[in-house]
Design a protein around this ligand. Structure first.
Ligand code: PMV
Length: 329
């Protein structure tokens, strides 16, 4: 299945590309998976091998503004990007899905308050904001389901970045992926905090796309992963229903550790952790032993995201001076 085939399913009578306003704009929050998406059943249209579940970080994300221009041009946080940079090429290829060659071009202005490609889900909020702002510019008025499918074509985790709060991305069964989209889950948790622990802002050594594929193809442990996810999805939903923080934290941390174990067992091995990552994990385990319920999750990068409740915020911040503790609801 090609991405262009999915576009035809969403827009059976050609893509409407008459602008309905001068500037199309939108904001999308980034999201952190508590149960990870790791492995694709279709690499072209980003269909996952499992479902996944995330929490949005409403104050961290991307705001995108689009307007017609004589050539594609991208500014990121006020800086004009080189046309041959990976970022601009990936964005141009995504826009090509919606246009005939040379039909129209856009000036894309992105304000993002998280570092790009450091495992902090910049592509998730980036593609979600882009799809929402295209919908705004061209007046598509697509459903959230269709917008989620389009965002998924840019980056799998972007399918989950259209909502605040807890979100589930369904694995789906169909080959065309029209049943693999995300939906908001009906839970809130005002005391829950996510703390971003920045350990390195460097671009990751291997993209999540490449790492995922290598894991699926070479890791002996990967065959256990889908079952682990089924178990963790159920445990997380139970934790959300009953507000059982230890169940939530333990499930998220164990899920991340298992995902990284599949990477370590790949060949050549993939290790996103730095010495500081391991030191921070040990500090978290030691805090737990001292009776402070704090857990972590880790994505395709060395930084950790800490999970804790409001009443532990001061204690956690004492141990991690540069922690960015975020309120979610
Ligand atoms: O959406 P991608 O291709 O950037 O992959 C995201 C993978 C993880 O962040 C490691 C897990 C997830 O579910 O977000």
């Amino acid at each position: 299945m090609k991405k262009s085939d999915v576009i035809k399913l969403i827009f059976p009578n050609n893509v409407p590309t008459q602008i309905v306003k001068e500037i199309g704009s939108a904001y999308a929050p980034t999201n952190i998976a508590l149960c990870k998406y790791w492995g694709k059943r279709d690499q072209q249209i980003n269909l996952p091998l499992t479902s996944s579940l995330s929490i949005a970080l409403p104050s961290k994300g991307a705001r995108t503004s689009l307007k017609l221009h004589d050539h594609d041009q991208v500014t990121l946080n006020g800086q004009l990007l080189a046309p041959d940079s990976n970022f601009v090429k990936r964005l141009g290829q995504f826009l090509d899905l919606f246009r005939m060659p040379h039909a129209w071009h856009l000036a894309v202005d992105i304000e993002m308050n998280i570092p790009v490609a450091a495992g902090l889900a910049s592509s998730a909020c980036g593609f979600a904001a882009l799809v929402l702002s295209l919908d705004d510019l061209f007046g598509w008025q697509l459903s959230k389901k269709d917008l989620s499918i389009l965002a998924r074509l840019g980056s799998g985790s972007a399918s989950r970045s259209l909502w605040d709060g807890f979100v589930e991305w369904h694995i789906g069964q169909q080959e065309d992926g029209m049943d693999s989209y995300a939906e908001s889950l009906p839970f809130t948790w005002s005391e829950l905090r996510v703390g971003i622990l920045p350990l390195s802002q460097k671009e990751k050594p291997i993209s999540s796309r490449e790492a995922m594929q290598r894991t699926v193809e070479t890791s002996l442990l990967y065959k256990e992963w889908p079952q682990k996810v089924m178990f963790d999805m159920a445990a997380l939903k139970k934790a959300l229903e009953t507000k059982d923080f230890d169940l939530l934290g333990a499930t998220a941390e164990s899920n991340a550790m298992n995902m990284h174990a599949t990477m370590l067992s790949s060949w050549p091995p993939i290790c996103y952790s730095l010495p500081d990552t391991i030191a921070a994990m040990q500090e978290i385990w030691s805090l737990r032993q001292q009776g402070c319920p704090v857990y972590f999750t880790q994505d395709a990068g060395p930084n950790l995201k800490l999970l804790f409740l409001k009443d532990q915020a001061d204690r956690v911040k004492q141990s991690f001076a540069n922690l960015d503790a975020l309120t979610l609801f």
